[in-house]
Design a binder for this molecule. Structure first.
Ligand code: T4K
Length: 409
């Protein structure tokens, strides 16, 4: 809950020595959770059974429920989304180079590089924030083996265009669906596209199992390989028939997942209400553009994302994030500065940015605000009130920040 009311002058801002609007931090990634009693009942049962890992009854039940929910043949739960991606990459036998966006979380690039595959960063479409299909073919070389699309903010990639490009060039197609659990493309659940789709059920995601992830696929052979690989390649007790790793999901994670699935509709409802409130309260702020979702598709409404146009507002995205953070509103700059500007990729490809103008531009403008069941209407009113106050007093604030920056030099 907000602890302090409206600001009337710029020195009321916490950044300029006023009191913070929130006494406790308001997070972007505060987990949304299901029913505590139901969770604890299952935990007690697990405790009594003394079965904590290794494809236990809750993991098996979770897998069944995921398959049913997503309408996909296989959805294999694993310990996190990054391992899910590594398993899919390895099971598809990818090598050489793989095309990925740079405007995303670092894990897809790392999952490739970890296996000595070069991530080749391709630019995004500024309208969708996803891979720009027009730019992919120019990045394909004789070493390219696959494309990894990311459904950023839960908005599906241009799945059909990517599928055509992959087929035409004999490439594998994977999707990082970490943001897109519960979302659909042309009425079909995300999970069913490409060779495989990879989910993250990390605590900060719309649907979480503390840590966790899954590989979804309709390919039986691929699924069989991944099942072996996530358990050291074991087939039976003493028989290892394949190279593998430890990618297993624990029972307690599966319990969290089963419990969360039962509350999914309510979580989406809260996310949606919050999304609509942000939209209403910040509508008409020229220079702030909110990421929108396709009303014809299913969507989890998890991400509240704005693009900040400095030339229209008079403040940079970083000014706004700094200002909100001082108020204990921990706005985030996902996905600044882009993977190509992080190590080791920055050293490997120092000039990658030349081919990524839209990525660079967006990474400098994007701001994520808190959502989820831990965020209430009063919080959102306070956050939006502050953003509006900042925009209304932009020139004064900028001047004060400049004076402060000079004094700190
Ligand atoms: N692909 C994409 C597109 C992804 O976004 C991600 C993960 C992955 C793949 C990889 O999946 P996993 O291997 O993680 O399953 C966070 C998450 O750690 C990361 O999972 C997520 N993306 C990424 C977008 O966000 P950070 O470094 O920003 O996390 P952190 O610790 O700053 O937490 C974010 C906010 O959430 C903080 O304000 C604190 C709050 N929080 C966090 C946790 C863990 C809570 O309130 N409670 C919690 O339990 O990366």
């Amino acid at each position: 809950m907000p602890s302090h009311t409206a600001k009337s002058k710029i020195t009321d801002l916490a950044l300029l020595a006023g009191p913070a609007a929130f006494s406790e931090p308001l997070h972007v990634g505060r987990p949304s959770v299901g029913d505590r009693e139901r969770f604890l009942e299952r935990v007690n049962d697990m405790w009594d059974r003394r079965w904590f890992s290794n494809n236990g009854p809750y993991v098996r039940e979770f897998e069944d429920k995921l398959r049913g929910f997503l309408g996909v043949k296989h959805c294999i739960p694993v310990c996190n989304g990054t391992i899910a991606m590594e398993l899919a990459i390895r099971a598809l036998d990818l090598k050489g180079e793989v095309i990925v966006p740079s405007f995303t979380f670092i894990s897809a690039a790392h999952a490739l590089q970890w296996q000595e595959i070069t991530p080749v960063f391709c630019d995004i479409d500024p309208k969708t924030h996803n891979l720009d299909p027009q730019k992919i073919e120019a990045m394909i070389t004789p070493r390219t083996t696959a494309i990894v699309g990311v459904h950023t903010w839960g908005r599906p990639c241009e799945v059909d265009a990517l599928t055509r490009i992959a087929r035409r060039n004999d490439l594998r197609l994977l999707f990082d669906a970490a943001h897109a659990f519960g979302c659909s493309h042309q009425g079909r659940a995300i999970a069913n596209f490409g060779d495989a789709e990879v989910f993250s059920f990390h605590a900060t995601k719309f649907f979480n199992t503390f840590e966790g992830g899954a590989v979804a696929t309709n390919d039986d052979e691929l699924a069989a390989k991944i099942r072996l690989m996530k358990n050291f390649g074991f087939q039976g007790n003493d028989n290892v028939i394949y190279i593998g790793t430890n990618g297993k999901m624990t029972e307690i994670s599966a319990i969290m997942g089963l419990t969360g699935l039962e509350s999914l509709d309510q979580i989406i409802q809260v996310n949606r209400q919050n999304y609509d409130l942000y939209r209403e309260l910040l509508s008409g702020c020229s220079g702030l553009t909110m990421v929108t979702y396709d009303a014809r598709e299913r969507c989890n409404f998890q991400y509240i994302v704005f693009e900040v146009d400095e030339s229209a507002i008079g403040l940079t995205r970083d000014d706004l994030v700094q200002l909100l953070t001082a108020e204990n509103i921990l706005a985030r700059r996902y996905f600044f500065p882009g993977c190509h500007r992080m190590q080791p990729y920055r050293s490997f490809f120092p000039h990658a940015g030349l081919l990524l103008p839209e990525t660079e531009r967006l990474a400098g403008r994007v701001m994520s605000l808190p959502n989820g069941t831990a965020v209430g209407a009063a919080d959102i009113q306070q956050v939006c009130g502050l953003v509006r106050f900042a925009i209304d007093h932009a020139a004064e604030i900028r001047a004060a920040l400049q004076t402060r920056e000079l004094a700190l030099k």
